[in-house]
Design a protein around this ligand. Structure first.
Ligand SMILES: [Mg+2]
Length: 186
């Protein structure tokens, strides 16, 4: 089963950043990106927070000022995803089932089915965000998880698989692996 995950090209994010605040959104715009899909849990807030901080609100406004359209795309339940997204006035997809395509397709449909190359997906997990995003043909940025301690059991399970995948990459492509600064993350 692991083999399907090991198509290396699906695990290469286009960029790695420590936090979402380090992302250069003007650069993305220059590259032709028009839509920003952002994962919620551990990318924007940790599992034990519910509301966007002032910093998050400022960041989202900054992105919107660049005329980039933001969609929150989360595997979590409607109540959590909706209340967060309403708070920052963004469209959202809940129960997205990343890494499968259905949630991403819902998001694209919402936007009138733009070319996937115009989408940048930002997330913290290789097995949901990076894998799913790359399979869709998005530009993908991976960030460090905000706080791993409060992750749910299924996320912990994903992290174990993620570790296997990344260890394999470490063996086969050291250069790529080193770029991820994973040693600092764990
Ligand atoms: Mg996440």
């Amino acid at each position: 089963m692991l083999e399907i995950f090991l198509k290396k090209k699906y695990f290469y994010p286009n960029q790695y950043k420590k936090t979402i605040y380090e992302i250069d959104f003007s650069y993305l715009k220059e590259q032709g990106i028009e839509y920003i899909f952002i994962d919620l849990d551990n990318t924007l807030i940790s599992y034990d927070e519910n509301h966007p901080s002032k910093e998050i609100k400022n960041l989202i406004n900054k992105i919107k000022d660049l005329n980039l359209k933001v969609v929150i795309i989360s595997n979590n339940k409607k109540t959590r995803v909706k209340s967060f997204s309403d708070n920052i006035n963004c469209d959202y997809i809940f129960s997205a089932k990343k890494p499968f395509r259905s949630g991403f397709k819902r998001a694209l449909k919402l936007l009138g089915n733009p070319n996937p190359e115009k989408v940048c997906l930002i997330g913290d997990q290789f097995l949901t965000d990076v894998l799913g995003g790359k399979k869709m043909g998005f530009y993908v940025i991976v960030v460090d998880a905000i706080k791993r301690k409060s992750e749910k059991w299924y996320t912990k399970l994903n992290r174990r698989l993620e570790k296997k995948v990344l260890n394999r990459l470490k063996k086969t492509d050291r250069q790529f692996y080193d770029k991820l600064h994973l040693e600092e993350k764990r």
